[in-house]
Design a protein around this ligand. Structure first.
Ligand code: ADP
Length: 334
């Protein structure tokens, strides 16, 4: 494995950071298929953590173990200060879980779903109505509140699901692929909701297949691959794991291409596509230097694109065997 696992907290931090979720050596197999092969996690309270991995990587399995729905075959985990194996009820008392195993009952209305949750949490009737009403309003579900939940759109169901989770006032929320299958608008609404939760002091444990989502929301990201955490850190730390920032010049005239290749000795050339890649970190200063060099050498490319490594690069580098994936241009400079 070419990438080392990063520490979640730097040694220069002063004082202990409260930890909402921690796991050491989590293991789980189904038959002879090993799904989790020693997963370690450490999630500071009040942060958003994204567990990133392709379909079937074992993300839901991690969530199920941490939320006490299933037990692991090995390892230890603490959630909200409670051991998941020794004190599952205490864990359940501080968490909310939504996602692929949604709690929404489609046959009853959104409001009835909320009131049912309030009952489950033993809230007095009046208090239950107040909390349900507030949450329905907060999640923009007042108009739909009297309609059966089965008639809701995907985005509305997810919002109702989160609203139901919040009835119990959880400190830690697990969101298992909260935006899978949602259209872009509903996805953005969900992102806003997740950000708001964290502003209120809740710790969010999110699983996602979407790099963009992890990049947008998460303070810390861990990439799950082959049953282990292949890398973790902030989005920026992860991006620094892969090289590949460059300026790409494309030519249509082979003579112009050859002249440029001769002048730019540090560029990687590709004779077939008549392109040159000049290493660059994509910063304004660096781009100015590159452009000055091109002007001085009287090089006029037909197309110039800037590529800075993004989470896609990290993800592909970590989850494919070929660590020299060609980088695609991401931003064009006119
Ligand atoms: P993800 O959430 O990353 O898509 P899952 O945790 O749902 O992945 O599943 C990981 C692997 O474990 C998959 O290969 C899945 O088929 C397998 N798996 C999950 N649950 C069971 C089960 N109850 N019995 C057998 N295999 C399972």
């Amino acid at each position: 494995m070419p990438f080392s696992v990063m520490s979640m907290s730097s040694s220069s931090e002063v004082g202990p950071v409260p930890v909402a979720v921690s796991a050491v050596g989590l293991r789980k197999s189904y038959g002879d298929k090993t799904v989790l092969d020693g997963v370690d996690l450490r999630i500071p309270a009040g942060s958003v953590f994204a567990l990133l991995g392709p379909n079937g990587a074992g993300k839901t399995t991690v969530v199920k173990i941490l939320s006490t729905l299933i037990s692991g075959d090995g390892g230890q985990a603490q959630v909200g200060g409670h051991d998941v194996a020794a004190s599952p009820d205490a864990v359940r008392g501080v968490i909310g879980v939504t996602g692929q195993f949604s709690a929404v009952d489609g046959l009853i209305t959104g409001e009835e779903n909320m009131l049912l949750m309030a009952d489950l949490h033993h809230l007095p009737k009046a208090e239950g109505r107040r909390v349900a009403g507030e949450l329905l309003e907060r999640f923009d579900l007042v108009e739909a509140a009297k309609k059966p939940a089965a008639s809701y759109s995907g985005g509305m169901k997810r919002r109702l699901d989160i609203a139901m989770t919040l009835v119990g006032g959880p400190r830690i929320i697990f969101l298992d692929e909260p935006t899978t299958g949602l259209d872009p608008r509903a996805r953005h609404t969900m992102w806003g909701i997740i950000r708001e939760l964290v502003t209120g002091g809740v710790t969010v444990f999110l699983t996602t297949q979407y790099l963009e989502e992890a990049d947008e929301l998460a303070d810390h990201i861990a990439v799950l691959h082959d049953g282990r955490i292949a890398a973790e850190g902030t989005a920026d730390q992860l991006k620094r794991l892969v090289p590949g920032g460059h300026v790409r010049l494309r030519f249509t005239d082979p003579t112009a291409y050859r002249t440029a290749a001769a002048a730019l000795t540090d560029a990687t050339d590709d004779d077939e596509s008549l392109t040159l890649r000049i290493p660059s970190d994509g910063s304004q200063h660096d781009l100015r230097t590159v452009l000055d060099r091109l002007d001085t050498a009287r090089i006029h490319a037909d197309e110039l694109t800037v590529h800075t490594p993004d989470l896609d690069d990290v993800f592909f580098a970590l989850t494919t065997d070929d660590h020299n994936q060609p980088n695609q241009p991401k931003a064009a400079v006119r």
